[in-house]
Ligand binder design. Structure first.
Ligand SMILES: Cc1cc2nc3c(=O)[nH]c(=O)nc-3n(C[C@H](O)[C@H](O)[C@H](O)COP(=O)(O)OP(=O)(O)OC[C@H]3O[C@@H](n4cnc5c(N)ncnc54)[C@H](O)[C@@H]3O)c2cc1C
Length: 427
């Protein structure tokens, strides 16, 4: 069975790992990056807390001992379903089974101006670009000739009050509290504003009422202005126009307000549902096909428990990868009757706001157990450390976090650009 997996994020990686050295199965992984990215910690890269290499892992290293796994660094261009073939930037490949695990990308909901000017955070590269942008802002603020101009650089608007927006806002607020005044003693940080804009009535709307309220309280305590029931209508690079009519002058608008599936060409339009996800059955098989599957963020599977599809979370992606691997192994061994439907068992949700501040919801015992503060933060850290790939990465992140905890500092505030250009020095 020739299995091609497109995308080696959480879902594709789990699937490939569970197929390693399985008899009669050959795996070809296609990814446009040669590393796996741990997206939940992008915000720490963006705020100089972690080095990008700490949350990335080279794919070839993971499969060094796999006799049946190959990897090609390329992008999928098109699926030719009728021919069981995919077309990539380096040529075409035949498959018996095709698995789409291409994840999702930032959704600007068709607003081109926003897309042009807002800063997304959906890849390691974007997280690094954000880090550069944040640092460059303060260098520019030093050179500003008026208070108005300085405010442009020292105002941060974060759009989207989900976990990413909340984590980013909290981390920037902590930079303002502990680090930036030491780095830039010439600037007055009472002038720095951090504004979190959220369309729904609360932050962390997907979590429990208690956790939502706590997250808002923590953010406010850190000096973040939280504007709920508000959306950003326009942004041209310096002026953000809110749905309330208010305008904010800023060079930094971080967009964490939505994602859409990375659907490749060659998928029938009728199979693409809300959120640009591909409709799959309970075995992750793409509806109406015999040998094409979709797993992770790109897949939309309706189950009695999740009638609108599963939440786009790492844990769902990992478990779909695991379930599909088991089903493919059964198929190749002639045990199709042993194949199992997928169901997600939510073990809990969590988000961190900052030092000693996090919220955790655990679905058992019913009603849900909720807690926040230091203990929740400790659980958040331990779980993320456990999930990070590679012992070296784990140790490095742990040391980084320890260092930061005791020194209230982090030393990754490097402005690394592709090439030094004179014009970069001119604002
Ligand atoms: C900032 C941020 C924070 C998050 N925090 C959390 C969290 O705290 N907890 C949680 O559970 N989830 C979190 N998530 C969501 C979680 O990361 C996703 O649910 C998860 O990554 C989905 O896994 P996936 O395998 O479907 O896709 P991904 O992990 O996105 O992987 C997709 C892969 O496909 C590759 N790819 C895409 N298109 C192509 C193409 N055309 N050709 C070749 N390769 C391609 C990409 O390079 C990538 O490697 C967060 C996401 C973000 C962005």
């Amino acid at each position: 069975m020739r299995v091609i997996i497109i995308g080696c994020g959480f879902a594709g990686l789990k699937l490939a790992r569970n197929l390693v050295n399985k008899e009669n199965i050959e795996v070809l992984i296609i990814d446009k990056n040669n590393y796996h990215q741990f997206q939940p910690l992008f915000y720490q890269v963006a705020t100089s807390g972690l080095d990008a290499s700490n949350i990335s892992f080279p794919l070839r290293k993971i499969f060094q001992k796999a006799r049946n796994v190959r990897f090609r660094l390329t992008s999928l261009l098109e699926i030719k379903q009728a021919e069981n073939k995919i077309v990539t930037t380096i040529g075409a490949f035949d498959y018996d089974v095709l698995v789409l695990a291409t994840g999702a990308t930032t959704n600007f909901f068709g607003n081109e101006k926003l897309q042009e000017n807002a800063l997304p955070m959906k890849s390691t590269v974007e997280a690094l670009q954000l880090r550069n942008h944040i640092i460059k802002n303060f260098e520019n603020a030093l050179l500003a000739t008026s208070k108005q101009e300085r405010e442009l650089y020292m105002t941060f608007v974060i759009v989207g009050g989900g976990p990413t927006g909340v984590e980013l806002s909290g981390a920037i607020a902590e930079m303002r509290k502990y680090i930036l005044p030491k780095d830039y003693p010439e600037l007055d940080f009472s002038e720095m504003k951090i504004i979190l804009v959220e369309g729904s009535p609360k932050t962390l709307a997907v979590m429990s009422e208690q956790s939502s309220e706590k997250s808002r309280k923590y953010l406010t305590g850190l000096g973040v202005t939280v504007e709920t029931k508000t959306t950003v209508k326009e942004y041209d690079g310096t002026t953000a126009v809110l749905s309330t009519g208010e305008t904010i002058q800023t060079t930094t608008l971080l967009w964490a307000a939505g994602i859409k599936g990375n659907v490749p060409a060659g998928i029938e339009a009728s199979l693409i549902v809300k959120g640009n996800r591909i409709q799959v059955d309970r075995y992750n098989k793409v509806e109406g096909t015999e040998n094409m599957y979709a797993i992770g963020d790109i897949a939309c599977m309706e189950t009695p428990q999740y009638p609108h599809g599963h939440p786009q979370l790492a844990n769902v992606a990992i478990n779909q990868g695991k379930n599909l691997a088991a089903n493919l192994i059964h198929q190749v061994n002639g045990n199709k009757h042993l194949q199992a439907e997928f169901e997600y068992h939510d073990k809990g949700t969590m988000a961190t706001v900052g030092r000693n501040l996090a919220v955790v919801d655990i679905p058992i015992p019913k009603p849900k157990l909720h807690f926040g503060g230091w203990f929740a933060w400790l659980i958040w850290m331990s779980l993320h450390l456990m999930l990070i790939l590679g012992v070296k990465n784990r140790v490095q992140i742990f040391i980084n976090w320890l260092y930061k905890y005791f020194t209230y500092d982090q030393n990754l505030r490097l402005l690394i650009r592709t090439a030094f250009r004179e014009e970069d020095e001119v604002k």
